[in-house]
Design a protein around this ligand. Structure first.
Ligand code: SF4
Length: 359
């Protein structure tokens, strides 16, 4: 049992905060899809049963429906329970949404980020708030009943009132899943440079924590389960594909820059469009993929890092360090079934706690 991820690295425009591997060379899409199809044929049997499929990016919705259909056919969807595709609201039309639903996509992840036009412009998104709302409504009309949206907080100049309004809009849209990320100032991105140059002001850590706490409280009140540090779902709508990353189930990553994890071996394709296309068409991707076998220590550290991000936590007996101090400080707590999970206060300091518990 496993998952399969396909990376579609194309974006019509680069967002100002982004440091993911993506490209605006849309004219290379056809060749890229051919390479992807070849890699799927070569590698899809690396995991026994593909139960979840995720088309991520970049922007998968820059692909034509015919290419999405070819990719899904090449993978084989008969055993798949969840087939997710990321969608940019700027690409949403009734026709496109109906066609991808028909092609087999049964879950959408819509990159909304904000319902405030000013903030969307500030971070360089190519859609506006109206398009974001319409994308969700059109998807619902097209028959999607498992929709996730992404929202961002801690954006420069974002007020608490704007953030609260975004959460209310998300709730009014009656989506089943919400992922929320605080803005990260990655090195070299345009937004980081603007903050460094004093053109924009980052909001402070207390304000960011207050936004996160409000989010957790409000979504809980609305019936959402906070099942991972950045992810909230109505009961039964937790993302199956992403949950597999967190619990160590094998997955194959197809496409440029995609990572795989099968049998304690992590491998990754070059995050280079040319190298990927050339490898896929001409030489066979096995040649260009790099890999590493995870040691027992690596696997332990990974279990701590991923487990503590979830509401399931990590079995106390599996943790090799003493957690008494963190429990006394109110950062961790033990559940009734002997698992250690982060408290709300602990979630603010999660990276530090994880580092302390790693070996
Ligand atoms: S759409 Fe996504 S991958 Fe593309 S530039 Fe924006 S954040 Fe990055």
């Amino acid at each position: 049992m496993g998952g399969l991820y396909v990376h579609i690295p194309f974006c019509k425009k680069r967002c100002l905060y982004c440091d993911f591997f993506s490209t605006t060379l849309l004219e290379r899409r056809k060749e890229y899809v051919e390479a992807v199809l070849k890699e799927i044929a070569e590698r899809k049997n690396e995991v026994e049963e593909i139960k979840t499929i995720y088309l991520g990016g970049g922007t998968p919705s820059t692909l034509e429906v015919a290419d999405i259909r070819r990719i899904l056919e090449a993978i084989g969807t008969d055993k798949a329970e969840e087939i997710t595709m990321e969608l940019n609201p700027g690409d949403a039309t009734q026709e496109y949404l109906r066609a991808i639903r028909e092609a087999g996509i049964n879950r959408l992840s819509i990159g909304i980020q904000s319902f405030q036009d000013k903030l969307l412009q500030l971070i360089g998104r190519r859609h506006n708030a109206k398009q974001a709302i319409e994308a969700v409504k059109m998807a619902q009309e097209a028959g999607f009943d498992n929709i996730s949206i992404d929202l961002m907080y801690a954006l420069p100049s974002q007020s608490m009132a704007q953030w609260k309004a975004d959460i209310e809009t998300a709730l009014e849209l009656k989506v089943q899943h919400i992922s929320c990320y605080g803005l990260m100032y990655e090195e070299g991105t345009v937004i980081t440079k603007r903050v460094e140059a004093g053109e924009l002001e980052a909001i402070d850590e207390d304000e960011e924590n207050a936004m996160y706490d409000y989010l957790c409280e409000r979504l809980k009140e609305a019936g959402f389960v906070h099942y991972e540090v950045s992810n909230f779902a109505l009961p039964g709508y937790e993302a199956k594909h992403n949950s597999r990353y967190w619990d160590g189930t094998p997955y194959i990553g197809i496409g440029a820059g995609a990572h795989s994890y099968v049998g304690n071996v992590r491998s990754w394709n070059p995050d280079d469009l040319e190298a990927y296309i050339k490898g896929g068409i001409g030489y066979g991707l096995q040649v260009t993929r790099e890999s590493e076998t995870l040691s027992e220590t690596d696997r332990y550290n990974e279990r701590i890092m991923l487990g503590l991000r979830t509401n399931k936590g990590v079995e106390r007996g599996a943790i090799k360090k003493d957690v008494k101090a963190q429990i006394e400080a109110g950062l961790l707590r033990e559940t009734g079934d002997g698992h250690i999970v982060a408290t709300q206060q602990g979630l603010h300091l999660l990276n530090r706690i994880i580092e302390d518990l790693m070996i």
